[in-house]
Design a protein around this ligand. Structure first.
Ligand code: NI
Length: 386
């Protein structure tokens, strides 16, 4: 069974909603207009609307036509990025310096489309909670919603997520059990030496030379400390130090990010980074300051829910268009916090050959709106079909 006909009928509406949201991007916890738009549509469709979780979060609840005590959650992220849009089409961002460059406008719209269809048909037993989550980018809105009582106010047996994926053709999906996205941690290493005249380095302790050794040595964690078949990334993305040609500075600061799929690898990376930086600094008589923060855990799909999701996807686009063998991404996703609490599955929907995510030339592909909305609708009918 391919795309649901009734959903295909409101493709023009969905395209208009998506472009309106795209034109009015709002970033983490400031999605006030977006939240209004979502709440108004859900109310219009006949859902019960709950607002205020994580500030701008919205949860729409829909009761099936048949009784039942079961419930599932479907989640879309609603926030945009601090990027200046380069596109010049009519629905390009009207908010200077902000842009829907990750397709969360499309995610929001697909979930709204499914809500509209399911509110008309209600061909399921129990409840669906449509979770519209703010601040996926950087700020962990999913965690905030959970802390604000998401799963105690709206108990669910499983939770499902979806992200568009440029490079995967439209009409295809990808999903796998286990890790789908990596953890996201950040670090800051301060190296304090002793400034000196650049012509008299023997009178100082040069933090630039020490920083260079630290950056190089950090790369041995992945190549020499982690098991060769495990995955990790250590990326130093900033080096700050010095002001002029002929002065050795007092201090250099390194910052960056690390990625992994397993908590024990995260622990290993954190521990080895600190040991390496501390001991290289000590060897040269410099002092080290250390900051390491765990931002997002890895996104881990549970086996059973992933099989269910894959079976529904195969109904929509055919099993040959459901990639089961993709490599997980070293990118990250705060839906991970929801999957720490509940079983569930996070799938990628092919967005086609657009610019990549977080690129100023990116746009969500409106062609796939009914495909994604049909997945959500059929998933509900299958899981709560009893
Ligand atoms: Ni995203």
């Amino acid at each position: 069974m391919p795309i649901i006909n009734r959903i295909a009928e409101f493709q023009a509406d969905m395209t208009a909603w998506r472009r309106d949201i795209h034109a009015h991007p709002e970033t983490a916890f400031e999605e006030h207009r977006t939240s209004e738009v979502i709440a108004a549509k859900l109310a219009e469709f006949g859902l019960e609307v709950h607002r205020g979780l994580a500030g701008t979060g919205v949860v729409g609840t829909l009761q099936g036509s048949r009784p039942g005590g079961r419930a599932i959650g479907l989640r879309a992220d609603i926030d945009a990025l601090h990027i200046h849009e380069k596109n010049e089409f009519e629905h390009a961002s009207r908010h200077e310096g902000r842009m829907h460059a990750c397709g969360h406008d499309g995610h929001t719209t697909m979930l709204l489309g499914a809500a509209r269809y399911l509110a008309e048909t209600r061909n399921f037993a129990g409840k669906v909670h449509f979770i519209f989550q703010p601040a996926e980018e950087n700020e962990g809105g999913a965690r905030r919603m959970i802390e604000d009582g998401l799963f105690s106010k709206f108990p669910v047996e499983a939770v499902f997520g979806m992200h568009n994926w440029p490079g995967l053709p439209p009409g295809t999906f990808a999903v796998r059990p286990g890790p789908m996205m990596a953890s996201f941690d950040i670090f800051e290493i301060g190296i304090t030496g002793k400034g000196a005249h650049a012509a008299m380095p023997h009178e100082g302790v040069d933090p630039v030379v020490i920083a260079a050794q630290v950056v190089g040595a950090l790369q041995t964690i992945v190549s020499r400390n982690a098991h060769p078949l495990e995955s990790a990334v250590v990326s130093v993305t900033q080096i700050h130090g010095g002001d002029t040609w002929n002065v050795i500075p007092d201090e250099v600061v390194l910052r960056g990010t690390t990625r992994a799929f397993k908590p024990e690898i995260q622990d290993l990376v954190e521990r080895r980074m600190r040991e390496i930086a501390e001991n290289i600094c000590a060897a040269h008589g410099a002092k080290m300051s250390w900051r390491y923060e765990r931002r997002y855990p890895p996104t881990i799909n549970t086996e059973r829910e992933t099989e269910t999701a894959a079976a529904v996807l195969a109904e929509i686009v055919g099993s040959e268009n459901v990639r089961r063998d993709v490599l997980p991404s070293m990118g990250s996703e705060d839906f991970a916090f929801m999957l720490q609490k509940k079983p569930g599955s996070y799938v990628w929907i092919g967005n086609g050959g657009s610019a990549n995510l977080h690129n100023p030339g990116y746009d969500f592909n409106d062609e796939i709106l009914p495909i994604g909305a049909s997945y959500w609708a059929r998933l509900v009918e299958r899981v709560l079909g009893g």
